[in-house]
Every structure is written in C-alpha cells, then in structure tokens.
Design a protein around this ligand. Sequence first.
Ligand SMILES: [Fe+2]
Length: 278
Amino acid sequence: MSILTINRLTDSIGAEVVGVDADHLLNDDSLPDQILRALEENGVLVFPKLSLDPETQVAVCQQLGEVDLSTGQEPGIMRVTLDPSKSASALYLRGTFNWHIDGCTLPPGQNPAAATVLTAVALAEHGGQTEFASTYSAYESLIPEKKDRYGKLRVRHTVAATQRLLTPNPTPEQEASWAGGAAQEHPLVWRQRSGRCSLVIGATAERVVGMDRDAGRALLDDLLERSTRPERVYRHEWSVGDMVIWDNRGALHRVQPYEEDSPREMIRTSLLGDEPIK
Ligand SMILES: [Fe+2]
C-alpha cells in the first residue's frame, strides 16, 4: 500500500501528486480511494510526466470510476486538437477558450462528467495552458443573503451562448444555425450529495430564467468574474506526458488560445457523472 504524496499548488485549487507511475495506478488497490479523496479536496490533480498511452489512460480511469466509452474513435478517448484531420469537433473546440463546465447542455437524464482527465501528447508553441477555477470557493465566498437568493435561481445553458462569445456579431444565418443547438436549464447553485455547493456558470450560461435579460447577464458576468479571480485559479503549464484530472462539478476550466496550425494535442477521458445538477 502506498500513501499518496500531494503538494498543494495554490490556496484554493490544484495539487500535484508525485511518486506514482502507471504500474502503481493500475495495481495498487489503495490508490483509487486516495486519489478520489484528494480530487474532492483539491479540485484538480496534476500527475507530472506520467506519460500514459491512450489505452493505459482509460484503464487508469476505470480504477477511479465509470469511463464514458461513447466518444471518439478510440473507446474512452477524445483527441483534443484544432487539427480537423484528427478531431471531428476541432471547430467546436475553439469554444473551450472560454471558461466553462463540461456537459451543461446534455439532455435530461445525462449528468455532467464527474471528472475529466487530460494527458498532453504535443504542446503548443504559444499558449495552450489550461486554467482551472474553483466554483466551490466562489460560492463559499458569498454572503448568506446571496447564497439564499442565488439558491432559488435557474439558468438557461445553450451551445449558442458559447458560439456568441466566439462570434459576437453573427450573421442571421449563423444565429439560425445555432438556434437548433443543445439547450438545458439548471439551478444556478449545485447542491451536491457531499454537502458542498458549486456555481453552474460559464460560457454556456445564457440567461437567468425569469429575470430581465441585462440584469441576469450582469449577475452571471459578476459571478464568473468572482469565480475566476487570480486567487481562485490554477494555471497548468503543460509538459509532454503530464496527466491532469479535475472535478468537473466544482471547477470551471478553459484553455489559453493557441494557433490553428499548432501541433497541440491532448488525449481526454471522461468519468461519467452520477449526480444530476440540482
Ligand atoms: Fe472542457
């Protein structure tokens, strides 16, 4: 049995796990629980230069929970790259330059990922760092009156909202093509089984239901600003082989823009969420 060695990376989010390799992760039965506990406590875990191949990454993730095997050409693996020859969703990935939570526009009955895992295969020459911000910490920082008030609000999330951030002055044709995209309504505050609360905000958050559009927009913008202040953010500077896991239920994430012809490539695996936003 190994005891995980963890070094915190900031005061609010992120920790580095050192001294483990693929063999430990696959064969030491004591590690999965320790990793899940550390993830719950730290929001983001960095495993420097673990260098897992796609198959091993999926096997390691299967020690931690149920892997989403439905995406990508390889079971359990999505290639995150702007190269359309490697990823069918390269266009969509530009949306990840803005703060977001994965899975906010999934149809009812499908929960956002519990956690997402990335391993760096190739890096961008400029940009490409991934940033994480704790929405548990942002929620905790609210005064009780606001916790109460926000606890009653609902937010409409749409793919169109993410597109509008990338193309602020769309043509009517573009608007029309986005209108049929996925949309979902969620409570603003996610009260989780663990007892913790996080904020469900980010690029998909279009408007607050039942509130004047501008006032709702101002509230969402204010909460995003509060959640992503430097003291609530961990920025990961990637090295090839680094593996990073984050708790998708209490962290926003985004990638710093990188060039379209960049070789940057990540392999991504998602752990299925078993907890609806409520
Ligand atoms: Fe994402």
